[in-house]
Design a protein around this ligand. Structure first.
Ligand SMILES: [Zn+2]
Ligand SMILES: [Zn+2]
Length: 282
């Protein structure tokens, strides 16, 4: 069903940072679509990572806006857009994380499917540096020059801004120039996909997740995107049988016909170790 919904249609990938190279082939092969990239579409209008254009709205609002604009511009009724978000991991404190969102909007059949991939495999970082030696240490940690860097005069100031630095001579020159002009230097990783192979990898993973969701069909209406909407806690403790915080069952719900399915013991076990029980191990 999924394949026949999409087969032979044009799908517009809204990107200007080379992401189509990882997203396109996977979608073409699994959905039978023909991917196109709009030529004039500048996604930077919706915000840049280096901060000189602020992103308004959540990542999901941003990807939706990208899809809608691209569909309007190209006349496609099928679009995919991606958006990354970087910062501290939501549960592992002080560990940098890359959260990638990929949204597919199908205007013809009136639905959207969102995929998310969260990873700590990222070089996302930035710091003020006072010497070339300190900058070199930062660059090594950031896996430069395979991953590009940005030099600016301060974290939230863009009087000096050099993006996409990919070799040491250029880095040295930017450092000296910025230091001479502003007597302070801030270096950060360039998170644009084509300049950051670690991020490109995360986008590839998000694409796999999107395909997995698309291929999951509702058993009732056969529309794609049938997926878990809620994890319900309460897996019983193997010692005292009281409910624990661990997942007892997953709830699947169809966004189209609202059909629901309950999957008991989705983690493959029907009891929890007393170690995770609030009664046995408070
Ligand atoms: Zn359904
Ligand atoms: Zn217990």
């Amino acid at each position: 069903m999924s394949r026949s919904l999409f087969s032979g249609r044009r799908l517009c990938i809204t990107t200007k940072h080379g992401k189509e190279s990882v997203i396109g082939p996977v979608l073409e092969q699994s959905l039978g679509v023909e991917c196109i990239v709009p030529e004039s579409f500048d996604t930077d209008q919706l915000g840049t990572f280096s901060g000189e254009i602020e992103r308004k709205g959540t990542p999901i609002e941003t990807v939706r806006e990208k899809c809608l604009r691209a569909m309007k511009e190209t006349g496609c009724d099928l679009a995919v857009a991606s958006e990354g978000s970087f910062g501290s991991h939501p549960t592992l404190f002080f560990v940098p994380a890359d959260e990638e969102f990929l949204l597919l909007v199908d205007a013809k059949n009136d639905f959207e499917i969102i995929a998310r991939h969260l990873t700590t495999e990222t070089n996302f970082a930035g710091e003020k540096v006072t010497s070339w030696e300190a900058l070199k240490v930062f660059a090594d940690k950031a896996k430069f020059p395979d991953n590009a860097l940005i030099v600016k005069n301060a974290e939230k100031d863009w009087k000096f801004l050099q993006k996409g630095i990919q070799n040491e001579a250029e880095l040295r020159q930017a450092f000296e120039e910025c230091k001479n002009l502003h007597s302070s230097v801030f270096v950060e990783t360039d998170m644009r996909a084509m300049l950051n192979p670690m991020r490109m990898n995360a986008i590839a993973k998000a694409t796999e997740e999107l395909v997995r969701k698309i291929e999951s069909e509702c058993p009732n209406c056969e529309m794609p995107g049938f997926d878990v909407v809620e994890h319900q806690a309460g897996l019983p403790c193997s010692n005292c049988s009281m409910p624990t915080k661990s997942t007892l069952q997953d709830i699947y719900r169809c966004a189209h016909c609202h059909f629901e399915k309950i999957e008991k013991f989705p983690r493959g076990k029907d009891q929890e170790d007393p170690m995770y029980c609030d009664f046995c191990n408070p």
